[in-house]
Design a protein around this ligand. Structure first.
Ligand SMILES: [Mg+2]
Length: 272
């Protein structure tokens, strides 16, 4: 008899566990940004990341000199740089997100940028000072909101960035696409170099990643990278991440994680 009761108990427990497995997985909210741990760790602590920034800005200097010699207009010369993860390092914000599990919000972001405490990315200040020594102005085109202008200039000025003034900063008003703002700079200046961690920082044609992640567009412009376009590493976030979500919005953190995994390809798929 005792044996029967035991078997029934085991079966009942198995049934309960089966039912539970069909329920959505409840994720501990404090861990929902855990997916950012490795990328943020790499960004903050890998010497390779630091070296890549130096490599990019060293190359930018060489290309600036070459592009200056090939410049063909009477317009004053300029370099255009993005701000976040290009000249300013916001990884402490990402690290805070990992540790607290708090989802991204404008309020939280503004709390961070309001401190005007971001550090310069490696080599960025030297590059822009070098450009200034060659008579080249810097324009900062960023998708920070215009409401963040004062704190952003305060941050850039405190670090000694050249041209950190109202005339040289174009933040986001209505669209994150930067074409109109780039064109505005082009009206008065010849742009010799564009630097950014998102390829949308260079040209609108890179915004469309609907076909093959946008790889073909990059391949078609491969000679521009290092020459006119200087790319900085940012594995923490970016437009690139959205290719995994296939245009879907309002996904839960769990759904996003699943879709990220589905977008990977493994060696077994390679064999097919
Ligand atoms: Mg950026």
């Amino acid at each position: 008899m005792k044996k029967h009761i035991y078997v029934m108990l085991v079966l009942a427990l198995a049934l309960i566990s089966c039912n539970n497995s069909s329920q959505p997985v409840q994720v501990d909210k404090t861990k929902q940004n855990d997916y950012l741990t490795m990328s943020t760790l790499w960004y903050q602590r890998a010497s390779e990341c630091r070296a890549l920034y130096y490599q990019a800005f060293n190359f930018a200097k060489l290309s600036l000199v070459a592009n200056l010699s090939e410049a063909d207009s009477d317009k004053p010369k300029a370099v255009v740089v993005d701000i976040d993860e290009t000249v300013l390092d916001n990884s402490p914000f990402e690290a805070y997100s990992v540790r607290t599990g708090k989802p991204y919000s404008k309020e939280l972001w503004h709390e961070w940028t309001g401190k005007a405490a971001a550090k310069a990315t490696p080599g960025s200040l030297e590059f822009l000072k070098f450009a200034e020594s060659k008579g080249v102005e810097t324009f900062y085109i960023s998708n920070r909101s215009v409401s963040e202008t004062a704190v952003t200039l305060e941050n850039l000025k405190a670090l000694g960035f050249p041209f950190a003034d109202e005339a040289h900063i174009l933040l986001k008003t209505d669209t994150s696409v930067k074409t109109v703002r780039r064109n505005k700079v082009s009206e008065t200046h010849e742009i010799l170099i564009l630097a950014g961690d998102n390829i949308g920082d260079f040209d609108e044609l890179f915004e469309d990643r609907s076909k093959q992640f946008g790889f073909e567009t990059v391949d078609n412009h491969k000679t521009d990278f290092g020459k006119r376009f200087i790319v900085l590493p940012n594995p923490m976030y970016g437009s690139w991440e959205r290719v995994a979500f296939k245009g879907k919005r309002n996904l839960t953190p769990e759904q996003k994680n699943e879709m990220r995994k589905e977008t990977l390809f493994g060696y077994k798929e390679l064999a097919n």
